[in-house]
Design a binder for this molecule. Structure first.
Ligand code: AMP
Length: 308
């Protein structure tokens, strides 16, 4: 069984979409990654931090999905990271209303002993120095290091981000962020520039327009499944990352073909995430639903064509 180490926020989110509004609910990059990865046959652990205000019920939920939370620190008297955002009518773009780092501001990650030999490390959205510290704690170089980040860290910690990017194999990033990081409008050129910064593979996520995988001159595109119900896109990117790394940790192989399949698994799981607010859909998802949608994915993208 493969081992997946996940680093990222475990958070409270307050979300507003054209369809409704939530109070503080369970969120965070590591939460969504862990829930998505729990669909695979692997051992996973989350390294993160929460405050004393974080409900036991949420910790129990993560444990019930077989996610090891010994690396999830609970700070006495501390407040959990809080993020709130409001989506525009098209649901493709959002404004961050507030980001309160709280316990995350002084977070020093500690990788549990039994995960220092993880096959895959998923560095979810967090301060890049925290991401680097996790890499440095690994006993040996993991087979695959995947990093996700966002514009917030490009604005606040660009030098540190550029440093950690040198040490990774795959970056997952959205189109707007790829443009911000490279100053290139063309995503092909942006992917080329990012590969020069370190990672061998670049995944550019385009929300409801799917995802692109680049390695050198090779490109693969996976659409997002056209859905009847899109309720709340929060966590879709992280769920994608969880499906992507979950598959690779189980499969234990990282070449272009396996990464293509990983992109499909990531897109497939993300299609569920957006159907309900927050983590709700991902906590109630069974294998049969996941497999049925994989079949839909296959049908959506396969065609025969005769050359003239
Ligand atoms: P996504 O929609 O995939 O970009 O991820 C949304 C999740 O990221 C939410 O659950 C937030 O708690 C979390 N988040 C938002 N801003 C940050 C940040 N600056 N650093 C880390 N996690 C964040």
């Amino acid at each position: 069984m493969g081992k997946l180490l996940i680093v990222g926020t475990v958070a409270f989110d307050a979300i507003e979409t054209p369809f409704g509004k939530t109070d503080k609910i369970l969120g965070g990059a590591a939460t969504f990654i862990g829930l998505a990865a729990s669909q695979f046959n692997l051992k996973s652990a989350i390294v993160s931090v929460v405050g004393e205000d974080f409900p036991q019920e949420y910790l129990d939920l993560l444990s019930s999905k077989n996610i090891d939370i010994t690396g999830l620190q609970v700070v006495k008297g501390g407040k959990t990271f809080f993020w709130s955002g409001k989506y525009h009518n098209d649901l493709n773009s959002r404004d961050t209303l507030s980001t309160e780092l709280n316990v995350l501001a002084d977070f020093e990650p500690l990788v549990p002993e039994n995960f220092k030999d993880a096959d895959v490390v998923m560095l979810g959205n967090l301060h890049p120095s925290t991401q680097l510290s996790v890499i440095n704690q690994m006993e040996e170089r993991p087979k695959l290091i995947v990093l996700d980040t966002m514009n917030f860290w490009m604005d606040h910690a660009l030098d540190e981000l550029m440093e950690v990017i040198k040490h990774i194999d795959v970056i997952t990033i959205n189109d707007e962020e790829a443009r911000q990081l490279t100053g290139e409008y063309s995503l092909v050129k942006a992917a080329e520039k990012i590969q020069e910064m370190g990672p061998k593979f670049v995944v550019i996520k385009k929300g409801e327009h799917g995802a692109l995988l680049f390695q050198g001159s090779k490109v693969f595109f996976a659409p997002a499944l056209p859905l009847e119900e899109v309720f709340d896109p929060t966590g879709a990117g992280d769920t994608f990352a969880g499906g992507f790394t979950g598959y690779l940790a189980e499969y234990k192989n990282a070449n272009f073909s396996s990464l293509k399949r990983a992109v499909i698994h990531g897109s497939n799981l993300a299609s569920f995430c957006v159907e309900k607010f927050g983590t709700e859909r991902m906590t109630n998802l069974d294998k049969e639903e996941v497999n049925n949608r994989l079949i839909q994915f296959r049908e959506l993208t396969q065609f025969d064509i005769e050359l003239q």
